[in-house]
Design a protein around this ligand. Structure first.
Ligand SMILES: [Zn+2]
Length: 78
């Protein structure tokens, strides 16, 4: 059974395969919530936000270091 199930999801209510794009089951009319998918996307968003925050901190720290280093060198040079 090599049925392509990439774009298909199983209805929780009736258990039939329906296109993942559909918002409701075509067989039983049950509304699709896709809780597992939404959970994954939320966690992904959180992780990316954390990464962004970290990188932003590093960028600020790097700029601060560069400015501090340049100022030190200025005082050393003159
Ligand atoms: Zn259904």
């Amino acid at each position: 059974m090599n049925i392509q199930t990439n774009n298909m999801i199983r209805c929780k209510n009736c258990g039939r395969l329906i296109p993942s794009e559909s918002s409701s089951c075509r067989y039983c009319g049950d509304e699709l919530t896709n809780t597992s998918e939404s959970k994954v996307s939320v966690s992904e968003r959180n992780s990316t936000a954390k990464k962004r925050k970290k990188t932003a901190k590093f960028i600020v720290l790097g700029i601060f270091c560069i400015v501090y280093y340049n100022q030190c060198h200025k005082y050393d040079g003159f």
